[in-house]
Design a protein around this ligand. Structure first.
Ligand code: SF4
Ligand code: SF4
Length: 100
């Protein structure tokens, strides 16, 4: 499968994906139903169905729509500003390598 790239940077190097706070999660399933990119799945843990991030790299960089649909605010994403800095840094490194 072809490597996915975002603004010239390998998607797998960009730490943009949801984090679930299990202390807040209600196991309602809305995140799984809402995200059309297959990021979430559910698993059985101690007799309870709980969501987990199955395909982190499928999360669309800078999309954070599921944060708002979670009824208990259990989903969060990193700061867009911080991720922007990481992407710029990675791009600089790629440019340096290609200009050698
Ligand atoms: S939408 Fe929020 S509360 Fe519902 S399963 Fe997903 S993380 Fe848990
Ligand atoms: S932020 Fe968007 S792409 Fe990422 S998991 Fe949530 S709904 Fe899916």
């Amino acid at each position: 499968m072809a490597e996915r790239v975002f603004h010239g940077v390998s998607r797998s190097k960009i730490p943009w994906y949801p984090t679930i706070d299990y202390k807040k999660c209600l196991s309602c399933g809305k995140c799984l139903e809402f995200c059309k990119h297959g990021v979430f799945d559910f698993e059985e843990k101690q007799g309870k169905r709980v969501p987990f991030v199955k395909n982190a790299d499928n999360c669309i960089v800078y999309c954070n729509s599921c944060d708002a649909i979670c009824p208990s605010a259990a989903i969060s994403h990193p700061s867009k500003l911080e991720i922007g800095k990481i992407i710029s840094e990675l791009r600089k490194r790629i440019e340096l390598r290609t200009n050698r």
